[in-house]
Write a protein that binds this ligand. Structure first.
Ligand SMILES: [Zn+2]
Length: 262
């Protein structure tokens, strides 16, 4: 059976409607107030086998439960926004949705999870609140870091939103234990088919491979031939790739921006 395609247009329309309904006109708003306004209680704990869960009670109210292991406020905000996304878009809430860490980051697992993620990203980082030059910004993690701080999201969520909106050919690569966990592309990168398969090893000559070897936690960047990352593609001789990476030894995870101007 063919899997249903996620409806991103509807997801963004629903998040916009929620923002309008609650008169939200500034970033980093209190997501718990939004939940309360929708008659959804948010509780910590009481969920296992996933990061977050939403159910609808018989009298029509909602209950979101967050795994107590998630203590980072930015991750809690995204999880709550994601569950509100199910509430606003999906039927069958009587049985509820149990969402794993992978559901909360991966847009490819199921249409409902992708729609809940798109709802969350556009609720927390709506276009009308973004800095006006965000589309034209050179892809830089320093900018993404400020963006994440201003909007109360994780670096990963902000980087993903930035890449999706960017006018530049830019690819975001999340890797774990030296392998690609997922990648996201800007529209321009998609038209050029810049893509990395899940599970492939990080190229040994990349900056990402360097920081993993060195356990480095500072943001590092360098310029190189695009074939380091995309060995089977044909590039002009003068083509350049800019790579910037932040590595977290605690999770053995790296977040890498690849930018191929031109
Ligand atoms: Zn979900």
């Amino acid at each position: 059976m063919e899997a249903a395609e996620p409806n991103y247009v509807r997801a963004e329309a629903r998040s916009f409607a929620v923002l309008q309904r609650f008169g939200i006109d500034a970033p980093n708003f209190e997501i718990r107030d939004v939940a309360r306004g929708l008659d959804i209680a948010v509780k910590i704990g009481g969920v296992s086998g996933g990061d977050a869960r939403i159910v609808k009670t018989k009298d029509g109210r909602g209950i979101i439960r967050l795994n107590s292991a998630i203590t980072d406020p930015a991750r809690q905000r995204f999880s709550i926004a994601h569950e509100i996304g199910h509430w606003e878009q999906h039927p069958n809430l009587d049985q509820g949705y149990l969402c794993t860490a992978a559901d909360l980051r991966d847009y490819g697992r199921s249409a409902a999870e992708a729609e809940a993620n798109w709802f969350a990203a556009t609720l927390l980082m709506p276009k009308f609140l973004l800095p006006p030059d965000v589309f034209k910004q050179d892809p830089k993690l320093e900018f993404v870091r400020t963006f994440a701080k201003d909007f109360g999201t994780s670096l990963t969520a902000a980087a993903r939103r930035f890449v999706e909106l960017s006018n530049q050919p830019v690819v975001l690569v999340a890797s774990n234990q030296g392998q690609v966990a997922w990648c996201a592309q800007s529209k321009t990168a998609k038209t050029k088919y810049y893509f990395l398969k899940v599970g492939i090893p990080i190229p040994p000559d990349s900056v990402t491979a360097d920081v993993i070897r060195e356990n480095a936690t500072d943001i590092r960047s360098d310029k190189m031939a695009p074939n380091v990352w995309f060995p089977t593609y044909r590039f002009d001789r003068e083509a350049e790739l800019f790579e910037e990476v932040r590595y977290s030894p605690t999770y053995d995870g790296a977040l890498t921006l690849l930018w191929i101007p031109g």
